[in-house]
Design a protein around this ligand. Structure first.
Ligand code: PDD
Length: 287
Protein backbone atom coordinates (compact mmCIF):
# COMPACT_ATOMS: atom_id res chain seq x y z
CA UNK A 1 0.00 0.00 0.00
CA UNK A 2 1.56 3.35 -1.00
CA UNK A 3 1.57 5.97 1.73
CA UNK A 4 -1.00 8.74 1.54
CA UNK A 5 -0.58 12.22 2.97
CA UNK A 6 -3.05 15.05 3.46
CA UNK A 7 -2.16 18.45 1.97
CA UNK A 8 -4.57 21.37 2.12
CA UNK A 9 -7.77 19.54 1.31
CA UNK A 10 -6.33 16.67 -0.73
CA UNK A 11 -5.24 13.12 0.00
CA UNK A 12 -2.19 12.42 -2.16
CA UNK A 13 0.46 9.72 -2.60
CA UNK A 14 3.38 10.77 -0.40
CA UNK A 15 5.72 11.29 -3.36
CA UNK A 16 3.31 13.85 -4.81
CA UNK A 17 2.49 15.56 -1.54
CA UNK A 18 4.17 18.96 -1.38
CA UNK A 19 3.74 22.55 -0.28
CA UNK A 20 4.88 25.75 -2.00
CA UNK A 21 8.58 26.69 -1.73
CA UNK A 22 7.48 30.01 -0.27
CA UNK A 23 5.57 28.31 2.51
CA UNK A 24 6.51 30.22 5.67
CA UNK A 25 7.11 26.98 7.51
CA UNK A 26 9.90 26.24 5.04
CA UNK A 27 11.43 29.74 5.04
CA UNK A 28 10.86 30.99 8.60
CA UNK A 29 9.93 27.91 10.67
CA UNK A 30 6.64 29.83 10.92
CA UNK A 31 4.64 26.70 11.66
CA UNK A 32 3.55 24.47 14.52
CA UNK A 33 3.00 20.74 14.75
CA UNK A 34 1.73 17.83 16.80
CA UNK A 35 2.71 14.17 16.90
CA UNK A 36 -0.13 11.97 18.16
CA UNK A 37 0.08 8.24 18.92
CA UNK A 38 -2.46 5.97 17.23
CA UNK A 39 -3.45 2.71 18.93
CA UNK A 40 -6.12 0.36 17.64
CA UNK A 41 -7.11 3.04 15.12
CA UNK A 42 -7.81 5.57 17.88
CA UNK A 43 -5.78 8.69 18.66
CA UNK A 44 -4.33 8.79 22.18
CA UNK A 45 -5.04 11.94 24.21
CA UNK A 46 -6.34 13.57 21.03
CA UNK A 47 -8.08 16.43 22.83
CA UNK A 48 -4.96 17.29 24.84
CA UNK A 49 -2.96 17.43 21.60
CA UNK A 50 -5.56 19.64 19.94
CA UNK A 51 -5.62 21.90 22.99
CA UNK A 52 -1.84 22.31 22.78
CA UNK A 53 -2.08 22.86 19.01
CA UNK A 54 -4.49 25.73 19.62
CA UNK A 55 -2.20 27.17 22.26
CA UNK A 56 0.78 27.05 19.86
CA UNK A 57 -1.30 28.58 17.06
CA UNK A 58 -2.58 31.28 19.39
CA UNK A 59 0.91 32.21 20.61
CA UNK A 60 1.98 32.71 16.98
CA UNK A 61 -1.35 34.26 15.90
CA UNK A 62 -1.91 31.67 13.18
CA UNK A 63 -5.59 30.94 12.48
CA UNK A 64 -6.83 27.37 12.92
CA UNK A 65 -7.03 25.77 9.46
CA UNK A 66 -10.35 24.04 10.24
CA UNK A 67 -12.61 23.11 13.14
CA UNK A 68 -11.52 20.44 15.62
CA UNK A 69 -14.32 18.19 14.41
CA UNK A 70 -12.98 18.46 10.85
CA UNK A 71 -9.39 17.91 12.02
CA UNK A 72 -10.45 14.76 13.84
CA UNK A 73 -12.12 13.43 10.70
CA UNK A 74 -9.08 14.16 8.51
CA UNK A 75 -6.69 12.57 11.01
CA UNK A 76 -8.76 9.39 11.06
CA UNK A 77 -9.01 9.39 7.28
CA UNK A 78 -5.21 9.62 6.98
CA UNK A 79 -4.83 6.63 9.31
CA UNK A 80 -7.52 4.70 7.45
CA UNK A 81 -6.13 5.40 3.96
CA UNK A 82 -2.74 4.16 5.14
CA UNK A 83 -4.19 1.10 6.87
CA UNK A 84 -2.57 2.16 10.14
CA UNK A 85 -3.99 1.06 13.48
CA UNK A 86 -0.83 1.51 15.58
CA UNK A 87 1.58 4.31 14.74
CA UNK A 88 1.93 8.06 14.84
CA UNK A 89 0.11 10.86 13.12
CA UNK A 90 2.10 14.00 12.27
CA UNK A 91 0.17 17.21 11.74
CA UNK A 92 1.68 20.58 10.79
CA UNK A 93 0.07 23.99 10.35
CA UNK A 94 2.06 26.84 8.83
CA UNK A 95 1.04 30.45 8.43
CA UNK A 96 0.76 29.70 4.72
CA UNK A 97 2.73 30.70 1.65
CA UNK A 98 3.42 34.26 0.52
CA UNK A 99 6.29 36.18 -1.15
CA UNK A 100 9.18 36.12 1.30
CA UNK A 101 8.85 39.02 3.75
CA UNK A 102 9.31 38.97 7.54
CA UNK A 103 6.01 40.49 8.76
CA UNK A 104 2.90 38.35 8.62
CA UNK A 105 1.37 38.34 5.12
CA UNK A 106 -2.09 39.94 4.90
CA UNK A 107 -3.78 37.28 2.85
CA UNK A 108 -1.95 33.98 3.42
CA UNK A 109 -4.15 31.01 4.28
CA UNK A 110 -2.79 28.58 6.89
CA UNK A 111 -1.46 25.44 5.32
CA UNK A 112 -2.27 22.04 6.87
CA UNK A 113 -0.41 18.83 6.17
CA UNK A 114 -0.60 15.40 7.79
CA UNK A 115 1.33 12.20 7.40
CA UNK A 116 1.09 8.93 9.30
CA UNK A 117 3.62 6.28 10.13
CA UNK A 118 3.22 2.73 11.34
CA UNK A 119 5.01 1.46 14.45
CA UNK A 120 4.64 0.87 18.15
CA UNK A 121 7.52 2.84 19.61
CA UNK A 122 10.92 1.80 20.93
CA UNK A 123 12.21 -1.76 20.66
CA UNK A 124 11.44 -4.01 23.61
CA UNK A 125 15.16 -4.18 24.50
CA UNK A 126 15.27 -0.41 25.06
CA UNK A 127 12.26 -0.56 27.35
CA UNK A 128 13.76 -3.55 29.18
CA UNK A 129 17.34 -2.26 29.52
CA UNK A 130 16.87 1.51 29.44
CA UNK A 131 18.76 4.05 27.37
CA UNK A 132 21.66 6.45 27.76
CA UNK A 133 21.50 10.21 27.39
CA UNK A 134 24.19 12.82 26.93
CA UNK A 135 23.93 16.44 28.07
CA UNK A 136 24.34 19.53 25.90
CA UNK A 137 23.82 23.27 26.34
CA UNK A 138 20.26 24.30 25.52
CA UNK A 139 20.78 26.58 22.51
CA UNK A 140 17.13 26.85 21.47
CA UNK A 141 15.07 30.02 21.20
CA UNK A 142 13.40 31.27 24.37
CA UNK A 143 9.95 29.80 23.60
CA UNK A 144 10.29 26.01 23.31
CA UNK A 145 6.90 25.83 25.05
CA UNK A 146 5.44 26.60 21.61
CA UNK A 147 5.52 23.41 19.53
CA UNK A 148 7.00 25.12 16.49
CA UNK A 149 8.95 23.42 13.73
CA UNK A 150 12.04 25.48 14.68
CA UNK A 151 13.78 22.23 15.55
CA UNK A 152 17.32 22.77 14.26
CA UNK A 153 18.95 22.75 17.74
CA UNK A 154 16.90 19.65 18.56
CA UNK A 155 18.07 17.90 15.39
CA UNK A 156 21.70 18.87 16.06
CA UNK A 157 21.40 17.62 19.63
CA UNK A 158 19.84 14.31 18.62
CA UNK A 159 22.57 13.81 16.03
CA UNK A 160 25.22 14.42 18.72
CA UNK A 161 23.47 11.86 20.92
CA UNK A 162 23.41 9.34 18.09
CA UNK A 163 27.10 9.86 17.35
CA UNK A 164 27.86 9.36 21.05
CA UNK A 165 25.91 6.09 21.05
CA UNK A 166 23.19 7.63 23.22
CA UNK A 167 19.44 7.67 22.69
CA UNK A 168 18.69 11.26 23.62
CA UNK A 169 20.39 14.52 24.59
CA UNK A 170 19.22 16.34 27.72
CA UNK A 171 19.57 20.08 27.24
CA UNK A 172 21.04 22.20 30.02
CA UNK A 173 20.15 25.79 30.84
CA UNK A 174 22.59 28.50 31.97
CA UNK A 175 22.15 27.53 35.62
CA UNK A 176 23.26 23.96 34.93
CA UNK A 177 19.73 22.58 35.18
CA UNK A 178 18.16 20.12 32.76
CA UNK A 179 15.41 21.67 30.63
CA UNK A 180 14.28 18.65 28.59
CA UNK A 181 15.37 16.22 25.89
CA UNK A 182 15.48 17.17 22.21
CA UNK A 183 12.14 15.44 21.67
CA UNK A 184 11.09 14.29 25.12
CA UNK A 185 10.63 15.51 28.70
CA UNK A 186 13.19 14.66 31.39
CA UNK A 187 12.46 13.17 34.83
CA UNK A 188 14.29 11.82 37.87
CA UNK A 189 13.29 9.88 40.98
CA UNK A 190 15.02 11.05 44.18
CA UNK A 191 16.37 8.87 46.98
CA UNK A 192 13.11 9.61 48.84
CA UNK A 193 11.05 8.31 45.93
CA UNK A 194 9.82 11.73 44.81
CA UNK A 195 9.18 12.02 41.09
CA UNK A 196 10.75 15.24 39.81
CA UNK A 197 10.29 17.03 36.50
CA UNK A 198 10.69 20.65 35.51
CA UNK A 199 7.70 22.94 35.82
CA UNK A 200 6.10 23.62 32.43
CA UNK A 201 7.15 27.24 32.10
CA UNK A 202 8.41 28.79 28.85
CA UNK A 203 11.62 26.73 28.94
CA UNK A 204 10.11 23.37 27.99
CA UNK A 205 7.36 21.85 25.92
CA UNK A 206 4.51 20.76 28.16
CA UNK A 207 4.40 17.18 26.94
CA UNK A 208 1.05 15.48 26.60
CA UNK A 209 2.72 12.30 27.91
CA UNK A 210 4.07 14.37 30.81
CA UNK A 211 0.57 15.61 31.62
CA UNK A 212 -0.97 12.16 31.26
CA UNK A 213 1.62 10.61 33.57
CA UNK A 214 1.25 13.40 36.16
CA UNK A 215 -2.43 12.52 36.32
CA UNK A 216 -1.56 8.92 37.22
CA UNK A 217 1.06 9.53 39.94
CA UNK A 218 -1.20 10.32 42.88
CA UNK A 219 -3.13 7.09 42.39
CA UNK A 220 0.18 5.24 42.74
CA UNK A 221 0.89 7.09 45.97
CA UNK A 222 3.84 8.83 44.32
CA UNK A 223 4.70 12.43 45.09
CA UNK A 224 5.26 14.76 42.15
CA UNK A 225 7.63 17.70 42.53
CA UNK A 226 7.81 20.16 39.65
CA UNK A 227 11.16 21.90 39.95
CA UNK A 228 14.44 22.19 38.05
CA UNK A 229 17.15 19.60 38.71
CA UNK A 230 20.85 19.82 37.90
CA UNK A 231 22.91 17.41 35.83
CA UNK A 232 24.79 16.44 39.02
CA UNK A 233 21.52 15.68 40.81
CA UNK A 234 20.31 13.62 37.85
CA UNK A 235 23.52 11.58 37.78
CA UNK A 236 23.16 10.86 41.49
CA UNK A 237 19.41 10.17 41.29
CA UNK A 238 17.86 6.84 42.20
CA UNK A 239 16.18 6.56 38.79
CA UNK A 240 15.73 8.64 35.66
CA UNK A 241 13.45 8.47 32.65
CA UNK A 242 12.06 10.35 29.69
CA UNK A 243 8.55 10.71 28.30
CA UNK A 244 7.14 11.44 24.85
CA UNK A 245 4.37 10.43 22.50
CA UNK A 246 6.75 8.16 20.60
CA UNK A 247 8.44 6.58 23.66
CA UNK A 248 5.75 6.75 26.36
CA UNK A 249 7.84 6.19 29.54
CA UNK A 250 11.42 5.08 28.85
CA UNK A 251 14.04 4.37 31.54
CA UNK A 252 17.27 6.38 31.38
CA UNK A 253 20.12 4.32 32.85
CA UNK A 254 23.13 6.50 32.09
CA UNK A 255 23.87 10.22 31.78
CA UNK A 256 27.09 11.22 30.00
CA UNK A 257 28.29 7.66 30.61
CA UNK A 258 27.61 7.79 34.38
CA UNK A 259 25.22 5.00 35.43
CA UNK A 260 22.03 6.13 37.14
CA UNK A 261 21.44 4.03 40.25
CA UNK A 262 22.80 0.55 39.54
CA UNK A 263 22.62 1.13 35.77
CA UNK A 264 19.38 -0.81 35.32
CA UNK A 265 15.79 0.45 35.11
CA UNK A 266 14.50 0.93 38.65
CA UNK A 267 11.25 -0.28 40.16
CA UNK A 268 9.45 3.08 40.01
CA UNK A 269 10.12 3.71 36.32
CA UNK A 270 9.12 0.15 35.48
CA UNK A 271 5.87 0.64 37.36
CA UNK A 272 5.27 4.00 35.64
CA UNK A 273 5.85 2.44 32.22
CA UNK A 274 3.29 -0.22 33.06
CA UNK A 275 0.59 2.13 34.34
CA UNK A 276 1.12 4.44 31.37
CA UNK A 277 0.69 1.49 29.00
CA UNK A 278 -2.53 0.61 30.81
CA UNK A 279 -3.66 4.21 30.42
CA UNK A 280 -3.05 3.91 26.64
CA UNK A 281 -4.85 0.58 26.32
CA UNK A 282 -7.84 2.05 28.17
CA UNK A 283 -8.13 4.66 25.41
CA UNK A 284 -8.07 2.21 22.50
CA UNK A 285 -11.43 2.05 20.76
CA UNK A 286 -13.45 -1.10 21.47
CA UNK A 287 -13.33 -3.52 18.53
N1 PDD B 1 8.31 15.46 20.43
N2 PDD B 1 9.89 18.07 24.48
C1 PDD B 1 10.16 18.25 23.19
C2 PDD B 1 11.19 19.23 22.78
C3 PDD B 1 9.47 17.49 22.22
O1 PDD B 1 9.73 17.68 20.91
C4 PDD B 1 8.50 16.53 22.64
C5 PDD B 1 7.72 15.70 21.67
C6 PDD B 1 8.28 16.38 24.02
C7 PDD B 1 7.26 15.41 24.56
O2 PDD B 1 5.95 15.84 24.24
P1 PDD B 1 4.74 14.80 24.06
O3 PDD B 1 4.69 13.99 25.28
O4 PDD B 1 3.56 15.65 23.88
O5 PDD B 1 5.09 13.97 22.84
C8 PDD B 1 8.97 17.18 24.91
C9 PDD B 1 7.60 14.78 19.39
C10 PDD B 1 7.24 13.38 19.74
C11 PDD B 1 8.38 14.90 18.09
O6 PDD B 1 8.82 16.00 17.82
O7 PDD B 1 8.52 13.91 17.37
Amino acid sequence: MSRIAYVNGRYLPLNRASVHIEDRGFQFADAVYEVIAARGGGLIDEDMHLKRLHRSLGELRIAAPMSDAALKLVMREVLRLNGIADGTLYLQVSRGSAPRDFPFPKSAKPSLVMVARRGRGPAAALIENGVGVITLPDIRWARPDIKSVALLPNALGKQRAKEAGAYEAWQIDRDGNVTEGTSSNAWIVTADGEVVTRRADNSILNGVTRLGLIGLLAREGLKLVERPFSVAEAKAAREAFLTSTTNFVLPVVSIDGTPVGNGYPGSIVRRLRQIYEEYIVAQEPAL
